[in-house]
Write a protein that binds this ligand. Structure first.
Ligand SMILES: [Zn+2]
Length: 722
């Protein structure tokens, strides 16, 4: 192990640019479940060209000329998203780079990878372009990378022979340019399907690799169009430098939100670090359907308002039995589940008015095929409600669910319109009702916050509006908000012409898929109206999934409401701790040391779960001076992996509680990471057996299944555009 595979390029294991190949496991939610065992094998994949006994710190160095390059911002964003520790060095401002910058001793590297924002770290002005590093700094950097075999990524460059490429045969906006993983690219980006979408506004160059150069041929990982001679351009490829380390070269620019940046980021991090780094990422897509059993007020396409409770002119939009059938079929087709965020009062009222309710029958018949979340009984705005009123709304809806054999986690709550979160009575009400997790709107409150011990789960809004049943209504409201009656703001860009339906779908899908590609466990929320009539959810969701499956080969996870919170908390805790935690590799073993107990995300250890060609998990590192070998550490809970089964398990416990044993047991007010089932000893204070009749509602619903939205619908759609 003293010499490294990177230079022995005849070794077949280096065909993908030296990255150690591990068996690819087709990752499904099911097989990922099996990964709760800690694998005892102690050797991590050899990632570095270090000598025996060398210590390589698990940290990335990102170099920028001035801190403003799009590629610099894209890289820091990507590393943050996955929780990969890094330092930035802005060459214009920082002290000169010396070997002390890069090494702690002759055998101790401070960094495992070096990212250059641009080739040569150039700064250009009227006087010309100059490197922000001087010759001595380049010499120190190169010597360091040669000594330890630390890889370099040139995040964006003009192609020249210096980078193993010919001069470009084309330059310009490469938006939509066909780009495809090569065989080597498929190994380095195993989570991708093959096609790489080059986003709009991406300037770049098309250049072919030099025919002969360096100790081994340039290896293209992402191929672009061919030149006149039929040789494919290398948009991304690995250049084997003559001075003994590898550099990955990218000839298309990319900022932090462009799709090709988001698609490639994880594989680029993996390549740069030899596949071993701190950090963890998965792709998530949870869909909440709010207001189930209620009707939603309808947008008036003539008056461009949403009249409340004006069912005579604009009948409320409410699902029917056929809509349930369609939703079930969609679940079957996509393999995804919908979370029904329900108001039992809508069902009771419809039955009271009409004697029966086909929607209720259809949903209850299919109740085990959906997931369910409490949305209060009658959907009142809780901003001015008393504690008793809030608790009654929460528990009455639970009573309704239990009476109708709906399984759910009673600790989860979505208030109507996310209301009541500033109500001073809310913390005590949540505690009394044993609520642990409540919903917030991500466009206002993207960071989880506490109300008492309960914590918020930010949910992504969208421009799939709550108050539309037909495509025509959806498009009319969208164009009203973004064209007819639009003012440009920091977060809203008005259209210059009315959108077509296809343009609207494209815009929404583009916003939404970024959430799927950014390690973001926040749920998306929609409304029952979007499953009714024309089914306005489906074109958008289907377009998101079409793009996802075109570009990616790994499954999506659908964390429950509670699991979303646990994932966010885990990420948040790590973001706060990462700077104080030391990780390093010696002789292939991964060590982590922390003064305080932490959960550490690790990718590339021989433990954890497989996902898209690499293995990763969260590991418990006890506080103290001792360094822990990661493969000998206890794996932390992985709330985002296969926890649908976990949810069912808890539901069984809950069933046991509600069927007769309720007096002595309750759902604990779960703290993060705990499963929360415990004996409360208080007995019956969530009212499971005492309130089945319920008290009469007093929240002014005036029609079948209808409810009052106390805020105007005019503004509701705006939230989603960001
Ligand atoms: Zn609602």
């Amino acid at each position: 192990m003293t010499t490294r595979s990177m230079l022995t390029t005849t070794d077949s294991t280096t065909a993908s640019g030296g990255r150690a190949r591990r068996p690819l496991i087709v990752a499904t939610a099911r097989c990922l479940l099996a990964a709760t065992l800690v694998v005892i094998a102690a050797m991590a994949p050899s990632a570095f060209a270090a000598e025996a006994g060398d210590r390589i710190d698990l940290k990335v160095l990102v170099l920028s000329a001035n801190g403003f390059e799009a590629s610099f911002q894209a890289w820091t964003a990507a590393l943050k998203r996955e929780g990969v520790p890094f330092d930035t060095l802005i060459a214009n401002e920082a002290a000169p780079i010396t070997s002390d910058t890069l090494t702690a001793s002759p055998t101790h590297a401070r960094y495992q990878a070096v990212i250059l924002a641009t080739g040569g770290l150039l700064e250009c002005s009227a006087l010309g372009c100059f490197s922000a590093l001087d010759a001595g700094e380049w010499a120190a950097l190169n010597a360091f990378q040669t000594r330890f075999g630390v890889r370099r990524v040139v995040a964006y460059t003009y192609p020249t022979p210096e980078f193993g490429l010919n001069y470009p045969f084309h330059a310009g906006d490469l938006a939509g340019t066909p780009a495809q993983l090569t065989t080597g690219g498929k190994a380095a980006f195993a989570y991708l399907a093959g096609a790489v979408a080059i986003d709009t506004g991406a300037y770049g160059y098309l250049a072919t690799p030099l025919a002969t150069e360096g100790p081994a041929p340039f290896e293209t990982l992402v191929a672009g169009p061919a030149d006149a001679a039929g040789t494919a351009a290398a948009l991304v490829g690995v250049h084997n430098r003559t001075d003994g380390f590898e550099e990955l070269v990218i000839t298309v620019d990319g900022n932090a939100s462009q799709l090709h940046s988001l698609l490639l980021a994880h594989g680029l991090i993996g390549w740069a670090t030899g596949g071993v780094h701190l950090g963890y990422r998965r792709n998530y897509f949870t869909l909440h359907i709010d207001d189930v059993f209620l009707g939603d007020d309808r947008w008036d396409v003539n008056d461009n308002v949403t009249y409340e409770d004006d069912g005579a002119t604009n009948p409320v939009v409410r699902m029917n039995a056929a809509d349930v059938t369609r939703a079930l079929a969609w679940q079957t087709t996509t393999g995804l589940k919908l979370d029904m965020v329900f108001n039992g009062g809508g069902s009771d009222e419809a039955i009271a008015e009409n004697g029966s309710d086909a929607l209720t029958k259809a949903l209850l018949k299919a109740r085990k095929q959906f997931r369910w979340i409490n949305h209060t009984y009658s959907h009142p705005n809780l901003n001015a409600s008393t504690q008793a009123e809030i608790v009654a709304e929460i528990t009455k809806n639970l009573d309704w669910a239990w009476a109708n054999k709906i399984n759910l986690d009673p600790r989860e709550l979505v208030t109507g319109e996310h209301s009541g979160l500033s109500n001073l009575a809310m913390p005590a009400a949540l505690a009394q009702a044993k609520i642990s997790w409540f919903a917030a709107d991500n466009s206002y409150d993207p960071t989880p916050f506490n109300l008492g011990e309960a914590v918020s789960v930010p949910r992504h809004p969208s421009n799939v509006y709550y108050n539309v049943g037909t495509f025509a209504e959806q498009l009319d409201e969208y164009n009203y908000l973004y064209f007819d009656h639009c003012t440009n703001t920091a977060t809203t860009t008005c259209l210059t012409a009315p959108a077509t339906y296809a343009q609207y779908v494209n815009s929404e899908a583009t916003i939404m898929i970024r959430h799927l590609l950014t390690n973001d466990a926040r749920p998306h929320y929609f409304h029952q109206a979007n499953l009714a009539e024309d089914g306005t959810l489906y074109p958008v969701a289907d377009e998101v999934l079409k793009r996802y499956t075109t570009w990616l080969s790994v499954p999506l996870f659908q964390p429950t409401f509670r699991e979303s919170s646990l994932i966010l908390a885990q990420q948040q805790a790590w973001a706060g701790n990462a700077g104080a935690v030391k990780g390093w590799v010696v002789d292939g073993k991964i060590y982590v040391q922390s003064a305080t107990a932490v959960e550490v995300p690790v990718t590339g250890a021989e433990a954890g779960s497989w996902y898209g060609g690499d293995r990763s998990g969260w590991f418990k590192v006890p506080g103290g001076d001792a360094a822990v070998v990661i493969t000998e550490a206890e794996e932390a809970a992985l709330p985002n992996l296969g926890k649908y089964e976990q949810w069912q398990l808890e539901t069984q416990k809950w069933n046991a509680w509600k069927h007769g044993k309720g007096k002595g047991h309750g759902w604990g007010h779960g703290s993060h990471g705990k499963q929360g089932w415990k004996s409360s000893g208080k007995g019956g204070d969530t009212g499971c057996s005492s309130k089945s009749g319920g008290k009469s509602k007093s929240h002014g619903e005036s029609k079948s299944g209808g409810k009052s939205k106390s805020q105007s619908g005019k503004k509701s759609g705006k939230k989603g555009h960001h």
